[in-house]
Design a protein around this ligand. Structure first.
Ligand code: NDP
Length: 284
């Protein structure tokens, strides 16, 4: 008689389309590295099936997972509770089972701030963010929570940009300015941290140019790109050539995964293992 257990703990990403999301590889490399008998599944789920998928997660005892486009907002109504940041943003990218409850979390912004802290502390700094979509929302809220002194949101669609600026200013009580993005943007000289949180330059549109006046970049600035694929965008290359410190989107992707991993398993994963997994994926 064997008493060996063949049961595994399951987490999964729900999205559509989702096949090219590399999180499964990153997480399973880390599970293996830490000797955890966990699996991470990549599941294509249509918006109409989201409620059933979440009920299925509950019924089958999944330990949680991630949700990505187009479910980050729609998933809220299917969860039992939200973290403070997820409630503030109205979006969830990580689901964590706590007892019988499924709790919505958001780890993108926290991942960005952790990654930023490897090159500079955000407290008291002045930041400019390009974009007002999901990534920009998450980054803005977490920067404000981390003590950034001033924020400027620059976005092509004024309504979206103004809404984000109002949210951060009203809820987190820091000075936030919105600027409509027209032509090449002149970065104000007092800027400490500049972030591209748009999808300009994301694979396969790798030659798409971020409309910015490169002459206004100063070597004292930290220039970041949220885009993980390719890790080295033309925007970052130009900034580096001008002497700026740069930060790629791979660090953010790894760090948001580190936070989720810890929430699910209680184990602090080795970020180097996850980073190496993603580098391997994006190099192939
Ligand atoms: P959204 O679709 O929610 O937002 C896209 C943003 O990009 C909007 O602000 C949009 O402006 C802007 N934008 C897109 N194309 C252009 C253009 N040609 N000119 C000006 N603005 C443009 O996407 P997300 O916020 O979810 O993702 C944004 C980026 O962040 C992606 O590249 C994604 O890969 C990355 N990301 C990285 C993560 C990481 O861990 N590294 C995590 C999550 C996202 P408008 O409002 O005018 O449409």
């Amino acid at each position: 008689m064997s008493s060996r257990s063949f049961q595994q703990e399951i987490v999964a990403v729900l999205g559509q389309p989702v096949a090219e999301n590399p999180t499964q590889y990153m997480m399973e490399q880390a599970f293996a590295h830490h000797g955890l008998r966990w699996r991470y599944l990549t599941l294509e789920v249509s918006p109409d099936d989201l409620g059933d998928a979440i009920r299925g997660m509950r019924a089958m005892g999944f330990r949680g997972g991630n949700c990505t486009i187009p479910h980050k907002v729609a998933v809220l109504e299917h969860l039992d509770r939200l973290s403070e940041e997820a409630a503030l943003m109205g979006a969830v990218n990580t689901i964590v089972r706590q007892g019988d409850e499924l709790v919505g979390e958001t780890t993108d912004g926290k991942g960005f701030v952790r990654s930023l802290r490897t090159v500079t502390e955000p407290e008291g700094k002045r930041a400019v963010i390009f974009g007002a979509g999901g990534a920009a929302r998450a980054i803005s809220v977490e920067l404000a929570m981390a003590g950034i002194a001033e924020l400027r949101i620059v976005n092509r669609t004024p309504k979206r940009g103004q809404e984000l600026a109002d949210l951060v200013a009203q809820r987190l009580k820091i000075p936030v300015e919105f600027v409509a993005w027209e032509g090449d943007y002149d970065v104000p000289p007092q800027t400490d941290v500049l972030v591209n949180a748009t999808s300009i330059g994301l694979f396969p549109n790798v030659d798409q140019r971020v409309p910015v006046n490169l002459e206004t970049l100063d070597p004292a600035m930290v220039v970041c790109d949220a885009i993980p694929n390719p890790p080295q965008t033309p925007f970052l290359r130009e900034a580096r050539q001008r002497g700026c410190t740069t930060l790629d989107g791979l660090g953010m992707l790894v760090q948001q995964g580190v936070i989720a991993f810890r929430l699910w398993t209680g184990v602090d994963p080795d970020p180097a293992v996850m980073h190496a997994a993603l580098k391997e994926v994006f190099a192939s």
